[in-house]
Write a protein that binds this ligand. Sequence first.
Ligand SMILES: NC(=O)c1ccc[n+]([C@@H]2O[C@H](COP(=O)([O-])OP(=O)(O)OC[C@H]3O[C@@H](n4cnc5c(N)ncnc54)[C@H](O)[C@@H]3O)[C@@H](O)[C@H]2O)c1
Length: 257
Amino acid sequence: MRLAGKRALVTGGASGIGAATAARFAAEGAAVAIADLDGAGADAHAVALRDRGGTALGLAADVGDDASVSAMVERAWDALGGVDILVNNAAIPMVGTVETLAAGEWERVLDIDLSSIYRASRAVWPRFVAAGGGVVLNTASVAGIVGMAGQHGYSAAKAGVVMLTRCMALDGAAHGIRVNCVCPGFVETPMAMAYFDAQEDPAASRAAADAAHPLGRMGQPDEIAAAFLYLASDEARWVTGTALVIDGGLTAGLPPG
Ligand SMILES: NC(=O)c1ccc[n+]([C@@H]2O[C@H](COP(=O)([O-])OP(=O)(O)OC[C@H]3O[C@@H](n4cnc5c(N)ncnc54)[C@H](O)[C@@H]3O)[C@@H](O)[C@H]2O)c1
């Protein structure tokens, strides 16, 4: 068990990558608080993990709201007897160009996809300092490394996540706080499926996404959870400030010809 005795709080833990991460952490011995805007989904996932012998609880929380984030951290801390690992994973998609994006959407995506990470990290930070350390893990994206057409707000937010990760790593090092992020390529989750379904030809859009990855397919949520597991574990005790790209080769370079 690679996380025996650890306690983790995972935001956006009711679905997709967050759900897979919470499940993998629980399977590796961690007690897990699953926080999500979808409180019923978080509860249901916690029940499923408990049925498999894990220790888990669900929390309704909105990472876009200061008071909700403070309450989320406090409830997780009380219920688990502390938190060692915070996974800032919740995010929303944003599709549109500079010209077509609806009013307020730029502010919303930056708030939910970037500021929320600062918000939740700030809520745990003094507790981690007092505890002598902790681990903060953030879900960025390949969209934070290369630009994505039609997703300027999402890409800008994710690039911000990569840099926020590095800066928090520098600030946290003296306190024993490690901060890293993972940059997934396209991963088959409800968020990605909703994106494809909104395209004119969803099947062609999915096929193009598969083909864009040199390994020939999109990723699966558990393939991202495996990266989070490594970064959360003591095996990564000398790893901080890293943006770990898990993308089937998507950002490695250009195809031949
Ligand atoms: N799926 C991909 O292709 C892909 C690729 C790169 C990065 N990511 C990132 O992975 C993370 C997880 O995405 P996913 O694909 O698993 O999506 P998902 O939609 O399956 O899961 C996201 C979860 O976040 C929750 N959430 C949304 N807003 C919230 C809020 N304000 N407060 C609390 N919870 C909220 C949703 O309810 C949902 O359960 C995101 O940060 C996303 O940007 C996804």
